[in-house]
Design a protein around this ligand. Structure first.
Ligand code: PEP
Ligand code: MG
Length: 536
């Protein structure tokens, strides 16, 4: 089956389909039969509103299949057999509603899955989905992943950032997703971990447990391969491992072009583990720490102390190397219920990143205080995402001053940081001459810059063929941004995925880029490209 390769490599192993279920958790408090049945009824009412909104959206988008599926969910939500089964459990077992839903879900799913009937197996999935939604509403808790022992090739429709965060990545030989694009979270995560991945593969539902080959160079998924195919791919895998071993030899070599110009080789990370991987692959610092991931898959904002611990752990590992912390780029596809986002028709162009922070200054101040405190222990700079104006910088500077003033009042040690901006909107690119005077450095986010310049949703698989990171409009902007930064004596890093595209390394270097920031898994490949490039 043909898909799109998004993280290079070869994997051979057993196919396992992603299973994430909501968990009811420990039993605490029981409001009596009437109370719990009322909670169940109210949770179904909330689920009905959510599903109706989703159904209406699917209809608006003319997505008939999704609309039909959501309609069937709405019917199932009020199915007397399901409702009575849950209520009977509450009465008979004197348990809270979420536990009754969990038990009912598991017993119906087990029953349906055991039937040798594709239709009933699909219904098990539907009951699972609806029950999970109700449990999440009742508990505010998130999905817990239940996967088999051992290593496997993980198949999923698509994975959200919070789902990927919970996976035990050491057990995953490769990712294969039905949806997704080069910039989906699965793709970014896979590249960061150096795990082969292909997306946009329409794999069959009944392939669980079968052996397969993932060729994440060509985007091929071979299910149930024959002996000859296995032999060929085992050899290819060995060759690819050999290439990786040779790349490792470059770790201690300097990152200079053939004509001797040093290019800063930084890394994009989303966790302290990623920082370790980046160091293992010879990075000179962290060019992009995506901090919003700490805000996902939880029930409340992380505290100042929790964030401080994370940043200090990262600077400790970096041992003097720079850590560029990007303030939260929350919103769009990175949200959680506790953040209470309102429905937006266009979340990618909505309340996200610094817009969210300026609307929630307490949340922003907490993060800034944690960063300033950690800066006392190492070399930290601050990076601001999704900037569109000078006024935003002024407003942000004022919140930064408030955060420092609070630390002064509290008598807590901290250190000020350099401030840079992500140039990832056409507006920021066009006023980059003005922005360069306001900040200390630029980091170009080509993922968003391309999406907003070309007006192409970066997550939309069907539009990927026109989401062209090499588009003349993007290239012209890159040149303009770099010239404007250099005229103001400021450095420019490229931290979007384009930075890891070795077919474009020479062009980037010739444009005058000072630093490249790429996922830990791409560092050595990019270093090899830089060392093989002449910029004159
Ligand atoms: C970008 O937009 O290029 C970028 C690096 O940020 P993110 O992918 O996190 O939006
Ligand atoms: Mg971005």
């Amino acid at each position: 089956m043909q898909g799109k390769a998004v993280s290079e490599g070869i994997a051979i192993g057993t196919l396992t389909i992603y299973r994430g279920h909501a968990k009811a958790g420990e039993i605490s408090g029981y409001l009596g039969n009437t109370g719990e049945i009322r909670r169940f009824t109210e949770a179904r009412a909330v689920a009905r509103i959510q599903l109706t909104q989703l159904r209406d959206k699917a209809e608006e988008e003319d997505n008939k299949m999704n609309a039909a599926l959501l309609n069937s969910y709405l019917v199932m939500l009020d199915d007397p057999a399901y409702v009575e089964a849950v209520e009977k459990r509450i009465r008979d077992r004197q348990i809270p509603a979420e536990h009754a839903v969990e038990e009912t879900r598991d017993s119906i799913c087990n029953l349906f899955l055991a039937m040798d009937d594709e239709y009933m197996q699909a219904r098990a999935e539907d009951i699972g989905d609806i029950s999970d939604r109700i449990i999440r509403i009742l508990t505010g808790r998130h999905t817990v992943i239940t996967m088999p022992e051992g290593k496997y090739i993980l198949l999923a429709d698509d994975l959200t950032p919070s789902q990927t965060m919970q996976l035990d990545k050491d057990r995953i030989l490769a990712f294969v997703t039905r949806r997704g694009s080069n910039l989906s979270h699965t793709a970014i995560l896979a590249r960061s971990l150096n795990i082969p991945a292909i997306v946009a593969v329409d794999f069959p539902k009944d392939c669980e447990g079968l052996t397969a080959i993932v060729d994440a160079y060509t985007g091929n998924l071979i299910i149930d391969p024959d002996e000859e195919q296995l032999l060929i791919y085992k050899r290819k895998k060995e060759e690819s491992e050999e290439r990786d071993k040779n790349l490792k030899l470059l770790k201690a070599e300097p990152c200079v072009t053939l004509d001797g110009k040093h290019i800063g080789l930084m890394s994009n990370v989303g966790s302290v583990d990623d920082v370790k991987r980046a160091i293992d692959n010879g990075c000179e610092g962290i060019g992009l720490f995506r901090t919003e991931l700490f805000y996902l898959d939880r029930d409340d904002y992380p505290t100042e102390e929790e964030q401080y611990d994370t940043y200090t752990e990262a600077v400790r590992i970096l041992d003097g190397k720079e850590l560029i912390v990007r303030t939260i780029d929350i919103g769009a596809d990175k949200t959680e219920a506790y953040m209470q986002f309102k429905h937006e028709d266009n979340p990618a162009m909505g309340m996200r990143a610094v817009r969210y922070c300026l609307g929630h200054k307490d949340v922003f101040r907490t993060q800034l205080k944690a960063i300033y405190r950690a800066a006392a222990c190492g070399h930290i700079s601050i990076l601001l995402p999704m900037i569109i104006s000078i006024e935003e910088i002024w407003q942000i500077r004022s919140v930064m001053n408030e955060a420092k003033a609070e630390l002064d009042r509290e008598g807590i040690e901290y250190r000020d940081c350099r401030v840079g901006v992500m140039i990832e909107t056409p507006a920021a690119a066009v006023i980059s001459d003005l922005l360069a005077k306001e900040v200390d450095f630029f980091s170009i986010g080509t993922n968003d810059l391309t999406q907003y310049t070309l007006a192409v949703d970066r997550q939309n698989t069907e539009l990927e063929f026109i989401c062209d990171y090499h588009h003349q409009a993007v290239i012209r902007m890159l040149k303009m941004i770099i010239t404007n930064a250099h005229d103001a004596g400021k450095k420019v890093c490229v931290c979007g995925e384009l930075a890891a595209d070795t077919t474009f390394t020479r062009d980037l270097l010739r444009m005058g880029v000072d630093e490249l920031s790429v996922s830990p898994g791409s560092l050595l490949k990019v270093k090899q490209a830089i060392r093989g490039t002449s910029i004159r």
